[in-house]
Design a protein. Structure first.
Lengths: 547, 74
């Protein structure tokens, strides 16, 4: 039992298949009601796909687990309708302090870039995120079958069959497509005999969540080799409800059973916080981690996402954040394939693009791990030198790596992109995740990303909308036109976003006539200096494997 | 030539989307260069690296400045 949180218990319902209903085949079945599976389910709902979720448990994540949700994941959560709930409950922090021994090496203020709807990161216990996602599923009539455990999966050419165990017995169910989001140990991955390759990191970490009884600053503190925990690292982070996450590196030889006992944990925390500070121990866990990924995320009718497909070290919060981005990439493609508007090979690009992202996450989190837990005297000496120099010199501060915060991947080499033919500055190249910008619509303040997504869109920028050939814009098929203007100008029958602060023009290097083709997952897939319907349609065909 | 103390890592032909990436590329290269060496071998490698880079920089007043900064806090 936690002091600050009561785990909801979601009700199991006898599945229709066990109440005499004729067995039916679902377009999509999702296994796993964690952050990734639930986000996928909500995204399916938005895309008009009839999907159900199976989960072997009947509550949310036990323990705070995934703690940091980064800007891009928040934008995806916005798209599926839980962004506000997550951000309102989450803790935003800006100040980070890095210590070596007793000395503060430097501190930073993560002051986010202005004029984005979402901050760089918020901290929130995973159970809250899952609860908000479940609430949203209930609101939008997404069926989650609790206490439904998948025992076997059989692949066929055009569907998969699942054996499911419930408190009322076994039943069989079929899916045209199966999304597997059943976590790092992925029973389904094992059932299908699929490999996931990588390595276990030879280290153990203790997580202690504590409730502080007095004020404590909302900052991220990271210690290399602190006096209260010699030769190891310690991280302190704030969560919602005045709970603080303390992460102690223990080393490989630590005994996980012993180390999670309160009589072992409490003295460690007292050594850190001081004898006088009062706190309650909320949750304790000892973990190891692996860095590995599957060679491919799509196997016939079975699609893997999140930890089931790839696992990284926790440094940088690249686990749940990247899993949520997997579904962001997957569901629009699946919709087009289901509707017969794109060939099945579009799903190969899901695997391709998200394998790149997984590799980037693996590389960055492995580098952080190497910095945080040096494996040789030479590595340790180089780190000590870096930390010493960092106290005085900017170049060395840039090298200090206590975790590189999860950021979205640029799919710059994606076959779905149409390469630039015109000159552009800035970072919004084909493959880039869209920057946000403040806009107004009919005089109401809003955000660019609140109007982009869930379908292909053409963003056409103009200084003077009266010079636009509206008939031409309205004649574009299969893609919605969004006009972005430097001044307030309503246009009948078209969405018009007023670039109130000029951030759009700046971030997208937009001039009169500049046109961007945007994917349903808010990534750029093509851009031009002038609008041309034929080119836009060719780029759209390419972005859907219809070229 | 003043000693450069701001971030200065880059690789010709490589594009970076994140400002920490070039420095992290360098750091990984350095750690990888030491992989599987004994402490003594690593110390020798570091010494050779200093000599190679010093010759590349060439300007002795810049090297003097770097040496003075490196000596601080040791």
């Amino acid at each position: 039992m936690l002091k600050t949180y009561t785990y909801p218990k979601y009700e199991y319902a006898r599945p229709p298949e066990l109440s005499g209903a004729a067995p039916r085949r679902y377009p999509v079945i999702i296994v796993g009601a964690g952050p990734v599976g639930l986000t996928a389910a909500l995204d399916c709902k938005i895309n008009g796909i009839d999907a159900i979720v199976l989960d072997d448990d009947d509550t949310v994540s036990v323990g705070s687990r995934g703690l940091c949700y980064a800007k891009r994941a928040l934008e995806v959560l916005d798209r599926v309708g839980v962004g506000d709930a997550v951000v309102n409950k989450g803790v935003e922090w800006n100040v980070g302090r890095t210590f070596q021994g007793e000395k503060e090496v430097y501190n930073f203020n993560l002051l986010p870039e202005p004029d984005h709807k979402r901050p760089g990161m918020i901290n929130l216990q995973q159970y809250y995120l899952e609860q908000f996602l479940v609430d949203r599923c209930v609101e939008t009539d997404v069926e989650i079958r609790w206490k439904n455990k998948v025992l076997a999966v059989t692949q066929h050419d055009d569907h998969a069959t699942l054996q499911v165990e419930t408190p009322d017995g076994l039943y069989q169910i079929e899916a045209d497509w199966l999304i597997v989001a059943d976590g790092a140990r992925s029973p389904i991955r094992t059932m299908l005999g699929l490999d996931i390759e990588g390595k276990v990191f030879m280290d153990r970490f203790l997580i202690a969540d504590v409730v502080m009884k007095a004020e404590f600053p909302a900052e991220r503190w990271f210690w290399f080799d602190p006096p209260f925990h010699r030769n190891q690292s310690v991280l302190l982070h704030r969560e919602a409800d005045n709970v603080w996450r303390i992460d102690f590196q223990l080393g490989w030889d630590a005994d996980p059973q012993l180390e999670r006992q309160p009589e072992r944990v409490i003295p460690r925390i007292k050594a850190m916080l001081g004898e006088d500070r009062e706190f309650d121990l909320e949750w304790v866990s000892v973990y190891t981690f692996q860095c590995r990924r599957m060679a491919s995320f799509n196997h016939g009718r079975v699609l893997f996402a999140g930890d089931a497909a790839h696992q990284v070290s926790p440094f940088g919060a690249r686990g749940a954040n990247s899993g949520v981005q997997d579904t962001d990439n997957l569901v629009w493609k699946l919709k087009l394939v289901i509707e017969g508007k794109a060939p099945t090979k579009l799903l190969d690009t899901y695997s391709l693009e998200r394998c790149w992202a997984a590799d980037e996450n693996l590389m960055n989190s492995t580098r952080s791990t190497d910095f945080i837990t040096p494996k040789s005297t030479a590595s340790k000496t180089i780190r000590t030198a870096t930390l010493q120099l960092a106290q005085k010199h900017a170049f060395a501060r840039k090298l200090v790596n206590s975790g590189r915060l999860s950021v979205p991947s640029y799919y710059v080499d994606s076959p779905l992109n149409t390469p630039d033919v015109d000159e552009f500055n800035g970072s919004m190249e084909p493959g880039a995740p869209l920057d946000d910008a403040p806009v107004s619509v009919d005089g109401r303040a809003s955000w660019l990303l609140d109007h982009i997504g869930n379908r292909f869109q053409l963003m056409v920028y103009c200084d003077d909308a009266s010079t636009l050939d509206l008939a031409l814009l309205r004649a574009v098929e299969n893609v919605e036109v969004v006009v972005v203007t430097s001044r307030e100008q309503p246009l009948k029958g078209l969405t018009v976003l007023h670039d109130v602060k000029g951030r759009f023009a700046q971030r997208f290097d937009a001039k009169h006539g500049t046109t961007y083709l945007i994917r349903p997952d808010q990534h750029v897939c093509a851009r031009w200096r002038t609008f041309d319907a034929a080119r836009a349609n060719a780029a759209l065909a390419r972005a859907t494997c219809n070229a | 030539m003043a000693l450069e103390l701001n971030p200065n890592f880059r690789e010709t032909g490589k594009r970076y989307h994140r400002d920490f990436s070039p420095g992290d590329d360098f750091y990984q290269l350095l750690i990888d260069t030491h992989r599987d060496l004994t402490d003594e071998q690593s110390a020798l490698l570091n010494a050779k690296l200093v000599l190679l880079l010093a010759n590349h920089i060439g300007d002795i007043s810049t090297l003097r400045e770097a040496m003075a900064l490196a000596r601080e806090d040791v």
